[in-house]
Ligand binder design. Structure first.
Ligand code: GLC
Length: 444
């Protein structure tokens, strides 16, 4: 959501907050098993592929915000070639980044399907010189590498003439004034969902744009049933007006630990989802620290890339993914198959825990040299090592009163030589599952 007039923005913030806080209609107990892979995955790659890459303009929003007319926006169809599209190379890069899943736009708010939809002719196959379905070959390559496949699908369709928010001309209408027409749109979008579900069997559905209508209007419950009846283990994101399985904060990291059972921060690598003339690239350091922050707070990161119209991926994005991949390769133990770390107050930085909580991983940003501190650790430390490096570190316990239950302060000495160029990780092996002191200090 972006580039909207201020008052609209405020309304959206209010509605987004409402959306995020809205009671989920899904019982976490019913979905725990199928969410397992998602909770362990930690990293996904988002791909915004669409005709907006031709001119390098905002995906769909450029005509919504009247930066370009709808007609001129649609002229980009003629320039969408995919002539260098290499889904195997994409999948390889995604694998190299360490990601365990990828999500691709099957249709954005502009209504242009990136696969061979039978519901209309507005697709990369029928309306562009590419004449190709992007989704199937990409999913095939991902599956060869054991990477889970996600389908992004925009419920909003600002090009379909039966959609009430249709912005091409004055044919906007109210659902209450023309229910038949809304029903035609519903059959259309639900038809696309059915075909995507049966053609590609996505492991994950990533809906977008639910804010324009209510659960009743979208028939969210029915949409959920359509998906799960053909594909019972599919995971559904939270943008379905209460009928999804997990939450999707966007771009900005939540400051305090989100209370959701499962969540995923979706984030661009520069400031745009699709390919754009925008050089505000995040550095590998920034991406890695944001990633670690998400994981240490119990979430995933869905990092976006925006390929060009010919199907190539900008160099800067490749660089970030490769650096992230190299870092993940070295530190995978501290990330994948871990759970959220220590509550705030015990360590000044992100942490994760092994699932049995007998190891704590500490993440140290930037250059390290000196002592770091853990507070309130009741356990005895068996061993401290530098992940991906093997060096053993020493520690000392300070201020322990022998007869008090309050543990001492643990100081670990970290020499500069063990520094990683981005984020150094220490593994603190404990004698038993983690036990923390959370009191006020003093004598009890
Ligand atoms: C927003 C935007 C959309 C983008 C999505 C990704 O909801 O509307 O353009 O695809 O975020 O999270």
């Amino acid at each position: 959501m972006k580039k909207l007039p201020i008052f609209l923005l405020c309304m959206l913030i209010v509605s987004t907050t409402f959306k995020v806080n809205a009671q989920s209609k899904v019982d976490p107990k019913d979905i725990r098993d199928k969410m397992q892979w998602f909770g362990d995955a930690k990293l996904g790659i988002f791909i915004h592929a669409g005709i907006y890459a031709v001119d390098g303009i905002d995906e769909s929003w450029s005509f919504y915000n009247k930066k370009i007319s709808h007609a001129d926006y649609m002229k980009q169809l003629k320039g969408f070639t995919l002539k260098k599209y290499d889904p195997a190379a994409w999948a390889e890069l995604i694998e190299e980044s360490g990601a365990r899943y990828a999500v691709i736009t099957t249709k954005h708010h502009d209504g242009v399907a990136m696969y061979d939809t039978r519901m209309n002719n507005l697709s990369s196959v029928k309306a562009t010189p590419a004449k190709r379905d992007m989704v199937k070959p990409f999913f095939d390559e991902l599956r060869k590498r054991n990477i889970k496949c996600g389908a992004y699908y925009s419920l909003i369709d600002w090009t379909d003439a039966n959609y009430p928010g249709f912005l091409k001309d004055s044919s906007k209408y109210k659902i209450s004034d023309d229910y038949e027409r809304w029903n035609r749109f519903r059959s259309f979008f639900q038809g696309q969902i059915k075909e995507i579900n049966s053609m590609f069997k996505p492991d994950l559905w990533w809906f977008d744009g639910d804010w324009e209508h209510s659960a009743e209007e979208w028939e969210s419950q029915k949409v959920r049933q359509i998906i799960l009846s053909g594909n019972p283990n599919a995971i559904i994101n939270g943008r379905l007006q209460g009928y999804g399985d997990y939450e999707t904060p966007e771009q900005n990291f939540p400051v305090s630990k989100p209370k959701y059972n499962w969540w995923e921060l979706c984030m661009t690598t520069n400031d745009n989802w699709g390919f754009h003339h925008d050089n505000n690239w995040k550095t590998p350091y920034e991406v890695i620290t944001i990633f670690v922050d998400a994981v240490s707070n119990g979430g995933n990161l869905l990092l976006d890339m925006g390929p060009k119209e010919d199907g190539t991926i900008p160099e800067e994005q490749i660089h970030v993914l490769k650096e992230l991949g190299a870092w993940n390769k070295k530190h995978g133990e501290a990330i994948f198959n871990t759970v959220a770390g220590l509550p705030q107050g015990h360590f000044y930085g992100p942490t994760t825990l092994s699932k049995d909580s007998t190891s704590v991983y500490l993440f140290l940003h930037g250059k390290v040299d000196g002592q770091i501190l853990i507070k309130g650790l009741v356990n005895t430390i068996e061993d401290i090592s530098v992940v991906g490096n093997g060096a053993k570190l020493t520690h000392k316990v300070v201020g322990k009163i022998s007869w008090s239950p309050v543990p001492g302060l643990v100081y670990i000495t970290v020499p500069e030589a063990v520094s990683d160029k981005y984020v150094t990780v220490l593994k603190v092996k404990l004698d038993k599952p983690l036990k923390l002191y959370r009191g006020q200090g003093g004598l009890n």
